[in-house]
Write a protein that binds this ligand. Structure first.
Ligand code: ADP
Ligand code: ADP
Length: 227
């Protein structure tokens, strides 16, 4: 089956003092290719844990993630993560950050240059490509993070509060950019947010999670605002 399935995922963290935290309990859902889903819920309800399991960074205590018919056993290029902040190489240029994935795959500059240039246009950073990350504003850094993720051409983009640290205006611009990218690329996007407003704006599908233990409380399908 194509798409991404979360099948009966439970996650328990065993702590050194002998107690444990049940972070997720029996979470199941299926995402079709090209769906945009936002995940909303209070701090501690297991959103980041779920995203880390989806990315393959964490192995669930029970259940499995099935991507296009095969079980996910670790991170791979099919699923790309856009972190909240701080995951870029601060001392490297914008261009080198965006081309990092292709270079790691052994591509030469002539192979990735056109793609990287295109992505820099898409996120509006062409004229900043020689700048180092630490010279950029928070919003620009998030655009680099998006472009770096897209450079790996993942089928699924996982976003952990990517806009949480931005000011209101920058955040609005980034929301439009995420929607535009989604419409243009047809990628599956899962976006975690603390903001009800953002979830309503960006989620074609919206999952609301409840804590202790983290589980799906409600699911909504939303009409789309045209930005
Ligand atoms: P969020 O910003 O999503 O609310 P937190 O700031 O609570 O997340 O936690 C960030 C990360 O720190 C989590 O994704 C998890 O990996 C780790 N973490 C959170 N709580 C604990 C804990 N009790 N023990 C160890 N690591 C934790
Ligand atoms: P959210 O992203 O919704 O804030 P998290 O997924 O970060 O929630 O955390 C869910 C619960 O699991 C919290 O109670 C948190 O403290 C706990 N937790 C997360 N990561 C760890 C970890 N590595 N070790 C122990 N507890 C953790």
């Amino acid at each position: 089956m194509s798409g991404l399935s979360i099948e009966n995922i439970s996650m328990r963290f065993d702590l050194p003092n002998g107690t444990s935290v049940q972070a997720l309990k029996d979470v199941s859902l299926h995402l079709q290719e090209g769906e945009l889903m936002s995940v909303l819920g209070p701090s501690g309800c297991g959103k980041t844990t779920l995203l880390n399991i989806l990315a393959g960074f964490l192995a669930p205590t029970e259940g499995q993630i099935v991507m296009n018919g095969h079980t996910v056993t670790g991170p791979d290029a099919e699923r790309g993560m856009v972190f909240q902040q701080g995951a870029l190489f601060e001392w490297m240029s914008v261009r080198d950050n965006v081309s990092f994935g292709p270079r790691m795959k052994g591509q030469s500059a002539s192979q990735y240059q056109q793609d990287v240039d295109h992505l820099l246009d898409v996120v509006g950073l062409q004229e900043f490509k020689e700048k180092a990350i630490y010279e950029l504003s928070g919003g620009m850094q998030q655009r680099v993070a998006l472009a770096r993720c897209l450079a790996n051409d993942p089928d699924v983009i996982l976003m952990d509060e990517p806009l949480g640290a931005l000011d209101a205006l920058t955040r609005e611009k980034m929301q439009s950019l995420v929607l535009k990218l989604w419409k243009e690329t047809g990628k599956t996007i899962i976006l975690i947010t603390h903001s009800v407003e953002e979830a309503l704006l960006l989620g074609e599908r919206l999952i609301v999670m409840a804590p202790r233990p983290g589980r799906i409380h409600k699911e909504y399908r939303l009409p789309f605002a045209d930005l």
